[in-house]
Design a protein around this ligand. Structure first.
Ligand SMILES: Cc1ncc(COP(=O)(O)O)c(C=O)c1O
Length: 374
C-alpha cells in the first residue's frame, strides 16, 4: 500500500534527536528551529523524558477512562500549579483539533447556544468544528459547514462589539496566531473580548495549542494581557512529541457524566510524557529561557537589513521576507543545516525552537540568515 500523499515533504529524514538538534539518516546534524511544528518544547530525547516514558512503559502503557487513573490527576494538579490555573479542571484528549472540538462543545453545552466568533487568519485544526473555525476555505470539505461561525478581523474591537450579543456561545482566539505567520492579538483586544464574553454570558476560549506551554515567555500567551479565559486548549509542546492534548475548563462550568469522552485520551503513557515535560520545564526554568532568548532573538532580527517585518513573543517568531520564504528556508537547510517553519503566507518564515535553545544556537541562526538575505 502507498501512503495517501497529502504532505509536501523535505528530502531529509531525521533519524535521531538530541536537544535542539536532529541527525539525519546520513549522519548530518541540523539545528531544529521548527521543533516539528512547535511540538518539541523541552528538546528532543531529553533524558528525563526518555526515562519517564521507559519506566511507565514497564508498568502499564494504557487503560481506558473507565478506571481510576491517578497519573491523570497528578498531571492535572501539576499543570494547574505551573500554569497558574489550580482551580480549573482538565479534560485530556489526543490532538490539538480534538481539544478545540471539545472546547467548543463545552461552551455550547454550557451556554445552550451555538454561534461562535472566530478571527481572520486563525487556525484551529482540521476536525469538523475546528476546521470551520479555521480561516482556510481550501481545506474545508462541504460536509464541514454548519453556518455557526462568524469570522471577524483580529484586533478590531469595534466589529467585535457590534457582533456580540446573547446568541453567542463563545469567542475563540489563538493566544498568538501561529500558522498565519505569528500575528499577536493586542492586550486591549483580548481584554475587550473577555469583557464582552462576561457581559453576554459567552465563553471566552483561548487556543493556546501553539502559543502555550511557555513558548511566549509565560505559561500561556494570554497571561501577557492579564485576561482570564473560561476555557483554554493545549497540545503540541504538552507532550514534546507524544500525542496528548487537553482542555482547561474554568470553575464556573460544571461537567456532567458522559458530557465528553475519548478512548485513547489521557493514557498512562501520554500522562507520563505530559508530566516529564512539566518537570523539565520547572527544573530547567525553560519559560524564563524562552522569555530571555526570545527577546534577544527579536532584537537581533529587527536589526537585519532586508527583512520586511519581524513579529514575535518569546520563541514564537514570524519573519516577513521580500522573496518566497521557501527559497530562504531551503538555503538555510542545505547550506547551514537549519530547520525553520513555514506559514500560510508564502513570504513568511516561522521560528519555533525548543524552549531550551541557547544563545550560541541563536547567534548561528542570525549570522546564517544575514548571509542568506544578503
Ligand atoms: C493554534 C492551533 N490550534 C489547533 C491546532 C491543531 O492541532 P493538531 O494538528 O494537533 O490537531 C494547531 C496546529 O497547528 C494550532 O496551531
Amino acid at each position: 500500500m502507498n501512503l495517501f500523499e497529502v504532505y509536501p515533504r523535505l528530502a531529509i529524514e531525521p533519524s535521531k534527536g538530541d536537544g535542539c538538534y536532529v541527525v539525519d539518516s546520513k549522519g548530518d546534524r541540523y539545528l531544529d528551529l521548527y521543533g516539528g511544528h512547535a511540538v518539541i518544547s523541552i528538546g528532543h530525547n531529553h533524558p528525563h523524558y526518555v526515562e519517564r516514558l521507559h519506566s511507565q512503559l514497564n508498568q502499564i502503557a494504557f487503560y481506558s477512562n473507565s478506571v481510576e487513573m491517578s497519573i491523570q490527576r497528578e498531571l492535572a494538579f501539576k499543570l494547574g500549579e505551573l500554569s497558574g490555573y489550580p482551580e480549573y479542571s482538565f479534560f485530556l484528549c489526543n490532538s490539538g483539533a480534538e481539544a478545540v472540538e471539545n472546547a467548543l462543545k463545552v461552551a455550547a453545552f454550557h451556554t445552550e447556544r451555538k454561534k461562535i466568533i472566530v478571527f481572520n487568519k486563525g487556525f484551529h485544526g482540521r476536525t469538523s468544528l475546528a476546521i470551520e473555525a479555521t480561516d482556510n476555505a481550501k481545506i474545508q470539505a462541504p460536509v464541514n459547514y454548519t453556518g455557526n461561525f462568524l469570522r471577524l478581523p483580529l484586533n478590531d474591537e469595534t466589529q467585535l462589539d457590534d457582533h456580540m450579543d446573547d446568541s453567542i456561545a463563545a469567542v475563540l482566539v489563538e493566544g498568538v496566531q501561529g500558522i498565519s505567520g505569528v500575528h499577536i492579538p493586542t492586550d486591549s483586544f483580548l481584554k475587550k473580548a473577555e469583557a464582552l464574553c462576561r457581559k453576554y454570558g459567552a465563553a471566552f476560549i483561548v487556543d493556546e495549542i501553539q502559543s502555550g506551554y511557555g513558548r511566549t515567555g509565560k505559561f500561556f500567551a494570554h497571561q501577557h494581557a492579564e485576561v482570564v479565559p473560561d476555557i483554554i486548549t493545549v497540545a503540541k509542546g504538552m507532550g514534546n512529541g507524544f500525542p496528548v492534548s487537553g482542555v482547561l475548563v474554568g470553575p464556573t462550568i460544571d461537567p456532567w457524566m458522559g458530557m465528553l469522552g475519548t478512548t485513547f485520551g489521557g493514557s498512562h503513557l501520554a500522562c507520563a510524557a505530559g508530566l516529564a515535560v512539566l518537570e523539565v520545564m520547572e527544573r530547567e526554568d525553560l519559560i524564563k529561557n524562552a522569555a530571555e532568548k526570545g527577546e534577544y532573538l527579536l532584537k537581533e532580527l529587527q536589526e537585519i537589513d532586508g527583512l520586511l517585518a519581524v513579529r514575535g513573543k518569546g520563541l514564537m517568531v514570524g519573519i516577513d521576507l521580500p522573496v518566497p520564504a521557501k527559497e530562504v528556508r531551503q538555503k538555510l537547510l542545505s547550506e547551514y543545516h537549519i530547520f525553520t517553519g513555514t506559514s500560510s503566507n508564502p513570504n513568511t518564515m516561522r521560528v519555533l525552537p525548543p524552549l531550551c535553545i541557547t544563545q550560541d544556537d541563536l547567534d548561528f541562526f542570525i549570522q546564517s540568515l544575514k548571509s542568506v538575505v544578503k
